[in-house]
Design a protein around this ligand. Structure first.
Ligand SMILES: NC(=O)c1ccc[n+]([C@@H]2O[C@H](COP(=O)([O-])OP(=O)(O)OC[C@H]3O[C@@H](n4cnc5c(N)ncnc54)[C@H](O)[C@@H]3O)[C@@H](O)[C@H]2O)c1
Length: 252
């Protein structure tokens, strides 16, 4: 049987590399892409990749180019996982246009045009898309209006695409994690922790219903859910936004 192919964006990141590992372990061919070429090469040294493309996805033309390069190497596409993302926080009044554009361009525009570029190949394979949103995509996170806006939009993009592509047998879902132990979380704590990254992390954990047993989610836990969604036995799941957040977004 032909091995299925997954294209993962943000593959050099904490979640992206766990996703790559999970799909390789499951016998899929993995096409990995990221703007971070060093990180991508490190991944390629540790895993057998079907394709490895360094590219900045903020430009739609690069999304099209990425798809052509991947299809040239693999000949097919069964799943697209949009995991590239950036975090910025701070009051709306002090957000610059450049910061707004960065977050929207990576978290929303790149995912939008990656979906657009992948749709023809996914129609051929009757494959699927998983967009990595966030708990910040279905509830407000204080001081992170821009990030929330980008992930909220990504969530509704996914639901709408699920409706539009259902007649073609293409499924589209969102996975919305709470705080995952990745370089993004370390960046948040370093950048916005007022010199005390551990205190920043403690404040995040204090929001979880587990109380003092709260912990950050491991990237492999999220990767397992994405893997599940891409399997034929998950055929009935489309248009879903699945939380993996220890109940963080379940209510007050
Ligand atoms: N870490 C968390 O707590 C958390 C929680 C919820 C959702 N998420 C989401 O999960 C996804 C993965 O994040 P992560 O935690 O692994 O972060 P990460 O920073 O480790 O990985 C993100 C990756 O995206 C890549 N990227 C950034 N800009 C890009 C661009 N212009 N073109 C191509 N690639 C680009 C980065 O180089 C990086 O490798 C993101 O969409 C993030 O918003 C993360």
């Amino acid at each position: 049987m032909t091995q299925p192919v997954v294209l993962i964006t943000g593959a050099a990141g904490g979640l992206g590399s766990a996703l790559a590992r999970r799909f390789v372990d499951g016998g899929w061919r993995v096409a990995a892409s990221d703007i971070n070429s060093d990180g991508l090469h490190a991944l390629a040294n540790s895993l057998p990749l079907a394709a490895c493309e360094t590219i900045d996805l903020r430009r739609p033309i690069n999304c099209t180019e990425l798809l052509s390069r991947v299809l040239a190497s693999t000949g097919r596409l069964d799943a697209l996982v949009n995991a590239a993302g950036v975090w910025r926080e701070g009051p709306v009044e002090s957000c610059s246009e450049a910061e707004f554009d960065l977050v929207m361009d990576v978290n929303l525009k790149a995912a939008f045009f990656m979906c657009a570029a992948a749709i023809p190949a996914l129609r051929d394979s009757r494959g699927g898309i998983v967009n990595i949103a966030s708990d910040a995509g279905h509830q407000g996170n204080r001081n992170a209006a821009l990030y929330c806006a980008s992930k909220g939009a990504l969530t509704l993009l996914s639901k709408t695409l699920a409706l539009d592509l259902a007649p073609d047998g293409v499924r589209v879902n969102c996975v919305s994690p709470g705080d995952i132990a990745t370089p993004m979380l370390d960046f948040q704590a370093e950048q916005y922790g007022n010199g005390d990254p551990q205190a920043y992390k403690r404040e995040l954990l204090a929001l979880y219903p587990q109380g003092r047993n709260a912990r950050f989610i491991r990237p492999d836990e999220v990767a397992e859910l994405v893997w599940f969604l891409c399997q034929p036995y998950a055929e009935a799941i489309s248009g879903a936004n699945l939380a993996i957040d220890f109940g963080l977004s379940a209510g007050k």
